[in-house]
Design a protein around this ligand. Structure first.
Ligand code: FAD
Length: 500
């Protein structure tokens, strides 16, 4: 910014009371009603009048107006929202640990792991925001939009008082407003039990997925540790690679946190029919290495041994809060505590996506949600709150999904979606072949619904049901003879309540 422009902007902002300094020459009102207290008019006073000269300065010096730390799913969607608001060009900077522009991370255990002759997904095919019908934001897209990107240079420390970040390569970046979007890191088996042996894989980024594919090109016997959705997706892909695959997990059935025992049984049978073996109620004692130093077997706590040349560990993830602990963590949910507009307790610092512990308004609790739909929506909500007069608080409806066996030539693809809360009595309808649904009913109200192999209209109904929580006739629902009939019953309840 030229000295004249800086002077005039300070003069203008000096008349704004209750102002908070975000960076030299940029003052905004305190965050009372909107996230940074910007109304559109204030924004034009605060930002617009010196935009041109300021933009040039932002690229030339070390001051950035808006900085996003983390270059994943949430960062990509936030960047899109900045562009939509005309606030990216020369103002936004993204600091990423990865070598690639933000991409739709769920692809890594889905299309990315297809065998090489079955058209696997590869970048740039799945950069954000293609997953929700947006533009494919390649590295060139960020350049064209004037968004400064730092790749492979993670932030290592923050000075909250000086509003600066230091990166691994030693860059010192001054920020005006900061959005933390660092996601999660995959939980690992401890090194002392073999968690770092060659042939043991974790999957969080493209580099991890590439290294797994290289292993699979030579692999014969695979053990997947973990019966969550990552384990299920990896095992499904391994079937296409014709690997001898065993899934081991300590719980009684697959996806214990969501599936009922009987629903899990359907999926387990489906996998077993395709040659996948299960070791349930089993915990890893240690991983053993052969003479070449590569993993060769898994020793279980019960003393049994499973041979394996490749292991994939999918045992959950931890919020990547370092180096931002001082911003304020939530002890129960883990992650960085934010309010309904993704504001942390430090003015001008926000957190979104997997790393944010936010108020889940519908269920009146603090939650961290490690799913892509929340990453996208939280990013858009936070950016809109910062850049516009939006003041309403985030009201998220939990939504999870998975898709497996989608590769070319697979006789059947599986695709489930879940909306809401899995509390109360679970009522299962359908035979799985061709589809199945589970309805969770609590105190007569429909709280959650999972549907496998629905059609688009049926899937579209699910969020409406879970959001409205209609009172349902539980006897009728229990007696429904097909998924279609059950959906009709709950849809009628929904429509009847809407008409009241
Ligand atoms: C393999 C896999 C499959 C998945 N499948 C599904 C699915 O089917 N359905 C679903 O709903 N969800 C799925 N998810 C979850 C979903 O991808 C995440 O919820 C989503 O990516 C979260 O977005 P985010 O931006 O918060 O974090 P991420 O997308 O993880 O991005 C965080 C980024 O921050 C970077 N970072 C971390 N620390 C720093 C630092 N200090 N400095 C700079 N950068 C840093 C990371 O390297 C990463 O690039 C899957 C996740 C994985 C790993």
């Amino acid at each position: 910014m030229s000295p004249a422009a800086r002077f005039s902007s300070r003069k203008v902002m000096a008349s704004v009371s209750n102002a908070v300094s975000l960076k030299p020459g940029l003052f905004l009102r305190r965050p009372e009603s909107s996230a940074l207290g910007l109304t559109p008019r204030r924004a034009s006073i605060g930002l617009g009048c010196f935009r041109r000269s300021y933009v040039a300065a932002a690229f030339a010096n070390e001051n950035r107006e808006f900085v996003i730390v983390g270059g994943g799913n949430a960062a990509g969607y936030a960047a899109w929202t900045f562009v939509e608001h005309g606030m990216a060009d020369g103002r936004l900077c993204i600091v990423s640990k990865e070598a690639h522009a933000p991409y739709e991370r769920p692809a890594l255990t889905k299309g990315y792991l297809f065998p090489l002759d079955k058209k696997p997904a590869r970048l740039p095919g799945f950069h954000t925001c293609v997953g929700s019908g947006g533009e494919r934001q390649t590295a060139e897209w960020y350049k064209e939009k004037g968004i400064e990107m730092f790749y492979e240079d993670p932030v290592t420390s923050i000075d909250i008082d000086k509003q600066t970040l230091t990166t691994d390569s030693g860059k010192l970046l001054k920020y005006g407003a900061l959005i933390i979007a660092t996601g999660c890191t995959a939980s690992r088996l401890p090194e002392k039990i073999g968690g770092n042996l060659t042939g043991v894989h974790y999957i969080r980024d493209v580099g991890d997925a590439n290294s797994l594919i290289s292993s699979w090109e030579k692999a014969k016997k695979l053990v997947v540790v973990g019966g969550g959705y990552i384990g299920m997706e990896v095992a499904a892909a391994a079937v296409a690679w014709k690997l001898d695959t065993t899934i081991i997990f300590p719980e009684n059935h697959l996806l214990q946190r969501l599936f009922t025992p009987s629903l899990a049984q359907r999926y387990e049978e489906f996998y077993q029919d395709r040659g996948v073996k299960f070791m349930k109620g089993a915990s890893v004692k240690h991983l053993e290495a052969g003479s070449d130093g590569r993993v060769c077997s898994v020793k279980l706590e019960d003393g049994s041994t499973i041979e394996a040349d490749t292991i994939v560990v999918g045992i959950g993830a931890k919020p990547a809060v370092g180096p931002f602990e001082r911003v304020g963590l939530n002890a129960l949910a883990g992650g960085i505590q934010v309010d309904g507009q993704f504001r942390t307790k430090i003015p001008g610092i926000f957190a979104i996506g997997d790393v944010a512990a936010f108020p889940l308004k519908m269920y009146d609790r603090i939650a961290r949600v490690e799913h892509v739909d929340h990453a996208r929506r939280s990013a858009q909500h936070c950016a809109k709150s910062i850049l516009s007069s939006q003041t309403h608080i985030y009201d998220y409806l939990p939504y999870f999904y998975s898709r497996v066996f989608e590769y070319e030539g697979s006789p059947r693809k599986l695709w489930w979606q879940f909306f809401g809360d899995n509390v109360g009595e679970a009522i299962e309808v359908g035979s799985f072949d061709p589809k199945i649904a589970t309805f969770w009913v609590d105190s007569g109200k429909l709280k959650g619904v999972l549907l496998e192999s629905g059609n688009p209209e049926e899937f579209q109904l699910l969020p409406k049901l879970a959001r409205s929580q209609p009172t349902v006739n539980i006897t009728k629902l229990r007696n429904a003879s097909s998924v279609e009939e059950a959906l009709e019953i709950v849809q009628k309840s929904l429509m009847a309540e809407a008409a009241e």
